[in-house]
Write a protein that binds this ligand. Structure first.
Ligand code: SF4
Length: 170
C-alpha cells in the first residue's frame, strides 16, 4: 500500500462523508447536520455546490476532513461504483461500510507508516502479515467488512501498533 491510498479521492466517492457524518454549527460548519442525513449543500448531481469556496461559505471543516481513502474504497470496491443517490436502499449499507472502512484504512495507514521505523526483522514480518489481513483476496465486500468488525483483527493490530511505541524516535 502507498500513502496515496490513504487520502480522499472525492471524484470516485459517492459523497459518503457528506451523508454519513454529523457536524455542529460552529466556526467550521454553517449549520447542524445529523449523521445519516444528506447535506443540503449536495446538488442534484450529488456534488457539493459550494465545494470551490468551502472556507468562504463557512464550511472549512469539510475541507479539513480526510476519510483516509475509505470513501472511494466503499464506493468503488464494495459497491462497484453504485451510489445511494441513485439507489436509496443502499444508503444504510453504505453508511455502515463507510464506518467500517474508515477503521480499516486508519489501521492500514498506521501499519504502512510503521515501515519507516526500521523495525527488527520479527516485528517487520508481523507488520507485513497484519497489513495483508487488511487486504482480503478479491477485495473488500460487505461480508468481509462484517467479519472484520466482529472479529479480533482490529484489536490485534491495535495492540501491535501500541507495542511499536518503543521504536518511535524521541
Ligand atoms: S458542505 Fe459540501 S463538502 Fe461539506 S458536507 Fe455539505 S456537501 Fe459535503
Amino acid at each position: 500500500m502507498t500513502q496515496k491510498m490513504f487520502h480522499a479521492d472525492c471524484q470516485n466517492c459517492a459523497a459518503l462523508c457528506c451523508l454519513a457524518l454529523a457536524f455542529d454549527k460552529s466556526e467550521r460548519f454553517g449549520f447542524d447536520k445529523a449523521a445519516g442525513v444528506a447535506c443540503p449543500n449536495l446538488d442534484a448531481a450529488g456534488l457539493c455546490r459550494i465545494h470551490t469556496d468551502l472556507d468562504g461559505a463557512g464550511f472549512s471543516g469539510c475541507r479539513l476532513y480526510d476519510c483516509q481513502g475509505a470513501g472511494q474504497r466503499v464506493t468503488q470496491e464494495v459497491f462497484q461504483g453504485q451510489s445511494w443517490q441513485d439507489r436509496p436502499e443502499l444508503m444504510l449499507p453504505m453508511i455502515r461500510a463507510f464506518a467500517d472502512m474508515r477503521r480499516v484504512q486508519e489501521l492500514a495507514c498506521n501499519l504502512t507508516t510503521a515501515k519507516g521505523l526500521n523495525l527488527p526483522p520479527e516485528h517487520e514480518a508481523e507488520r507485513q502479515r497484519l497489513l495483508l489481513l487488511l487486504e482480503p483476496a478479491g477485495g473488500w465486500t460487505i461480508k468481509a467488512l462484517d467479519s472484520f468488525v466482529q472479529g479480533q483483527i482490529g484489536a490485534v493490530i491495535g495492540r501491535f501498533l501500541t507495542s511499536l511505541r518503543s521504536f518511535v524516535p524521541d
